[in-house]
Design a protein around this ligand. Structure first.
Ligand SMILES: *Cc1c(COP(=O)(O)O)cnc(C)c1O
Length: 420
């Protein structure tokens, strides 16, 4: 079978793990996370100031954030609690990027107190912020070029319909305002297409932002210190989808840098990224157990996991590959809907999916759930979110978040008031 996805745990390993940690659970592969982070760093090593700021929302687990920190990665936060978590893990000052939108006062205040680099989403936020906290030496603005974002003749996304960022003239006005408020070093940020495995995405985005930087420097006289390419580098969810080539991406950005920034005497600009998915998605999986098998008009495999553990298929119709552990080499001669137990018919991890003959008691591995997986979880139907486990480099397994209990679910209610 070409391009088959191989789970990073075997059936035998899972049978050991479930003796301590019952299914369902998310599990992450430390070794692969570290190797991937090093690969990203190497691909951008041509740029002296390069730094990745991991998008915390993708997987807000302090153990994983700590691993990334050890690999030289910072954090990108967009809420109060993400800032608090980053602070606890030990991220300080310029290791924290704060790329928020519709930002409440207290969030700006904490970002400022932590010395984070604040990235304004809107022109009006500059004066709003002035009443909350002092301006830092280094601050940033988010750009929205409007129109469609195209690669070749393909429309990748539609910035004109996106709520984020400022127009070209607004960003100029924001820079002048911020300069008057005492800001000395400026950053420019944009996020124009999500989950893009086209190696041309970052280079194209970089060209747009580099040209904007040259123009802004000319118009406002400010020092542009960094360009933040944000997130969006994709991963192949489908077994035969193309994989992003991070070296080609780094090289493409370098070319644009040499062509646009260096001649403008801006060769000192640092490149930042805020990748979430690319950093973790392929290095996490959900392990669940088949607890029911139902045959009506279709064939159903029912898991002990449901959409509260992994929402992407229900929310976006996203594809997640599924391996039935121990049947990796069996022919996929059954066709199943793989479902959870929510009272919602969209609670399906897969629809009409060819799988090997699957029975009650089988363990399945749902691939590529390391980012925007556990973190998107919710509590609909009173279902509880699962544990998160780490497959450590030495092969041991550590629980890095326990599963929720009914007490967690009821914690915001005063049930005692109803007890007679
Ligand atoms: C979500 C987000 C990211 C990360 O996006 P990925 O698709 O996971 O790479 C980065 N920056 C901002 C501002 C985001 O909102």
């Amino acid at each position: 079978m070409p391009n088959q996805k191989i789970p990073f745990v075997t059936k035998e390993q899972v049978e050991q793990i479930v003796k301590t940690y019952p299914t369902p659970f998310h599990i992450y592969d430390e070794k692969a996370i570290r190797e991937n982070a090093r690969g990203l760093k190497a691909a951008f090593s041509w740029n002296k100031g390069f730094k990745e700021y991991f998008a915390v929302k993708a997987t807000p687990n302090p153990y994983l954030m700590q691993i990334l920190r050890e690999e030289g990665v910072g954090v990108d936060c967009s809420s109060l609690t993400e800032l608090m978590l980053s602070d606890v893990v030990g991220f300080h000052g310029k290791e924290i990027m704060f790329s928020s939108n519709v930002t409440p006062k207290e969030d700006f205040k904490l970002a400022s107190d932590l010395g984070a680099i604040i990235n304004f989403d809107d022109l009006t936020h500059v004066d709003y912020y002035a009443d909350i906290a002092p301006f830092a030496e280094t601050m940033s603005c988010r750009y929205n070029p409007g129109g469609d974002f195209t690669m070749g003749n393909r429309i990748m996304d539609t910035p004109k319909d996106a709520k984020y960022g400022m127009t070209r003239s607004q960003i100029k006005e924001a820079f002048l305002k911020m300069k008057a408020y005492g800001v000395k070093h400026f950053g420019i940020h944009a996020f124009l297409a999500s989950n893009t495995t086209d190696n041309g995405y970052y280079p194209k985005l970089a060209s747009i932002l580099f040209e904007l930087a040259v123009w802004l420097k000319k118009e406002t006289g400010v020092h542009v210190a960094f360009i933040n390419l944000s997130g969006g580098v994709g991963v192949p969810y489908l077994p035969d989808a193309p994989k992003s080539d991070i070296n080609a991406i780094g090289e493409g950005v370098r070319k644009a840098f040499e062509e646009i920034l260096v001649p403008a005497d801006m060769g000192d600009v640092a490149i930042y990224t805020e990748l979430g998915r690319y950093m973790l998605a392929p290095y996490g999986g959900v392990v669940a157990k088949v607890i029911h098998h139902k045959h009506i008009w279709k064939e159903y495999v029912g898991l002990d996991a449901c959409a509260v553990n992994l929402m992407r298929p229900a929310m976006y119709g996203a594809y997640h590959h599924i391996t039935v552990l121990g049947k990796e080499n069996a022919p996929a001669d059954g066709i199943y809907d793989v479902t959870g137990g929510l009272c919602e018919n969209n609670d399906k991890f897969a629809i009409d999916r060819p799988l090997p003959k699957t029975e009650v008691g089988d363990y399945v591995f749902i691939h590529d759930t390391g980012a925007h997986g556990h973190s998107m979880g919710y509590n609909y139907n009173g279902k509880l979110r699962s544990a998160e486990l780490l497959l450590c480099e030495d092969g041991s397994v550590k629980q890095i978040r326990r599963a929720e209990t009914p007490a967690d679910y009821f914690a915001t209610l005063d049930l005692d008031a109803f007890k007679k």
